[in-house]
Design a protein around this ligand. Structure first.
Ligand code: NAP
Length: 256
């Protein structure tokens, strides 16, 4: 039970990697606040978590993490209901395929907003609560930002997403420096190809799947639990000397 007495916020917890992270944190004792834009998806995550436990371990808060007002309301909710926060997983994100010369300014802004600005907004608002908590009592406090393999390499089909995720990796380092004096650790996790609603369309294409297998040392696509395990590690006291790091979980794509 690495997360006993832990209050955690997971953004994008209604599906994919975020849902797996919420399951893992709750199964190890955390009270988890599930954040996303679609209530129904969050309710499904919460029902599964709460159905497995004697006391409810999950609750939902609908918010658009790119919207400063929504994020302020989330912070107020956490402050009023818990007065502290120990773990924040900035997981909300996504993209679509468009090349640079075909891309509209709006699409560029949207992808920066959901993948990078959201990490800034949520980290700032909830980071303040974590800092105040850390001043009152010592203990494990961690932020984990979900970046991407794409943040480590060029992405001809997803240049906006690659740029934003590279930004997440470096934003993580800056935030790690700022919060280190309070003992709050900040790391990022960079998944490779993982089977989630984000990639579902592409993974229906046999040629695409074969190309991933060919280019991945472990010769397969990952599953969300394999990413959640690493995010849980980075969030836990086991990673007590790790901050400002990026953990690449790509099945050996980059070494090929
Ligand atoms: P997913 O199932 O589509 O999950 C993304 C979640 O983020 C959704 O539940 C979505 O729910 C939420 N979300 C999107 N925009 C939001 C916003 N503005 N505010 C709040 N929530 C928002 O995809 P996933 O693959 O699990 O992605 C999770 C993270 O992993 C993302 O950051 C993604 O970039 C990263 N990643 C994924 C892969 C992969 O292969 N799957 C690889 C590398 C990195 P709502 O639409 O209901 O808000």
């Amino acid at each position: 039970m690495r997360f006993a007495q832990t209050i955690a916020v997971v953004t994008g917890a209604g599906s994919g990697i975020g849902r797996s992270v919420a399951f893992r944190l709750a199964s190890e004792g955390a009270k988890v606040i599930l954040v996303g834009r679609t209530r129904q998806k969050l309710e499904q995550t919460a029902e599964t978590i709460n159905g497995k436990s004697r006391i409810p371990m999950a609750e939902i808060f609908t918010a658009d993490c790119t919207d400063g007002e929504d994020v302020s309301e989330l912070a107020e909710y956490v402050q009023q209901h818990y007065g502290d926060l120990h773990v924040l997983v900035n997981n909300a994100g996504g993209s679509r395929n468009t090349r640079i010369l075909e891309m509209s300014e709006t699409e560029w802004d949207e992808v920066q907003s959901v993948n990078l600005k959201s990490v800034f907004l949520v980290s700032k608002a909830l980071g303040k609560i974590m800092v105040e908590g850390a001043k009152r009592e010592e203990g494990n406090r961690a932020i984990v930002n979900v970046a991407s393999l794409s943040g480590h390499q060029a992405g001809a089909e997803i240049p906006h997403y690659s740029a934003a995720k590279a930004g997440v990796i470096n934003f993580t380092r800056s935030l790690a420096l700022e919060l280190a004096p309070y003992g709050i650790r900040v790391n990022s996790v960079s998944p490779g190809f993982v089977d989630t609603p984000l990639t579902a369309h592409g993974l229906k294409n046999d040629r695409f799947v074969k190309a991933i297998q060919r280019n991945t040392a472990l010769r397969r696509v990952g599953n969300p639990d394999e990413i959640a395990n690493v995010i849980a590690f980075a969030s836990s006291p086991e990673a007590s000397y790790m901050t400002g790091s990026d953990l690449l979980v790509d099945g050996g794509w980059l070494i090929k």
